[in-house]
Design a protein. Structure first.
Length: 279
């Protein structure tokens, strides 16, 4: 199934939150695992001198080799297979011919459509040795994601997720971007519910087993305000401060949640060594 096929399927966004059963969980496991494997594959190539265009081509070839489709390609006119957001780019950076430089930090965001199901995940990569403040921002952002994931359980709310992220990030003197959010997904790329990365405990949508959504906090070292560049896609920090993001696709279960996009090799956060625990 292609992205276009998925868009004309009868599972259009309706404003209602879909609840999924065991077969859908199996589909999302396949999509999430392949997406994580794509990010694993790219990890050794995010080095100085390599262009983000090359990473984009590699991700496209990986998808084709595995009978999948990169969902961003053609989405609302987007012409690339992945997003690559470098340094002060918050999200939706467009791959191009410019080479990565020593000291850059870059978020690579991959969404693969596998048998009609979407797996959506992003990770931060360090290009060689990076400044300590950049390392710290990456650590804070990853921990913020996992605190959001830990808040997911039946009966909790989307506000609980946002609060877990916001409280931690602001205690670390960083800021949460308000302009973008996580989202429901499954057979659709973007669906209900929206997952804000800030909020108040007990507010928002009540979480129920069978929900699928992403949690993908964007965290800035400076102020939270962003602006969109003239290309209509690239979001950057207004104060030019560094920004970082991590993203997982999850499903709510009776016991809590299942992360569909964990790396099968344990390469889930910098420095991407396989002996790391899965948190």
């Amino acid at each position: 199934m292609t992205f276009v096929d998925a868009q004309i399927a009868p599972t259009r966004k309706t404003g209602h939150i879909k609840l999924h059963g065991p077969e859908a969980f199996e589909g999302m496991r396949r999509a999430g695992r392949l997406t994580a494997e794509a990010l694993d594959m790219l990890s050794e190539f995010v080095t100085a001198g390599v262009s983000t265009d090359k990473l984009d081509r590699m991700a496209f070839d990986f998808a084709m080799d595995h009978k999948a489709y990169p969902a961003p390609l053609g989405y609302r006119g987007y012409r690339k297979s992945i997003c690559t957001s470098i340094n002060h780019v918050v999200c939706h950076g467009i791959p191009d011919a410019r080479p990565l430089r020593e000291g850059d930090i870059v978020n690579v965001d991959v969404t693969l459509l596998v048998d009609g199901w979407h797996g959506d995940s992003s990770r931060m990569y360090c290009v060689g040795a990076v400044a300590r403040r950049a390392e710290r921002l990456i650590d804070v952002t990853y921990e913020a994601l996992m605190r959001g994931v830990d808040a997911v359980k039946p009966g909790a709310t989307t506000g609980d997720i946002g609060w877990a992220i916001q409280e931690f990030v602001e205690s670390e003197r960083c800021s949460v971007v308000r302009d973008f959010c996580g989202h429901g997904l499954g057979r659709l790329f973007h669906d209900e519910p929206n997952i804000l990365h800030y909020g108040r405990p007990g507010e928002g949508v009540k979480l129920t087993p069978g929900m699928f959504f992403t949690i993908e906090p964007m965290i800035n070292l400076g102020r939270p305000q962003v602006k969109i560049l003239p290309d209509g896609w690239t979001a950057v920090t207004r104060d030019r401060s560094l920004s970082a993001q991590f993203e997982h696709t999850i499903g709510v279960t009776d016991a809590g949640c299942e992360i569909f996009t964990l790396s099968p090799r344990g390469l889930h956060r910098p420095p991407y060594t396989p002996d790391q625990p899965l948190r």
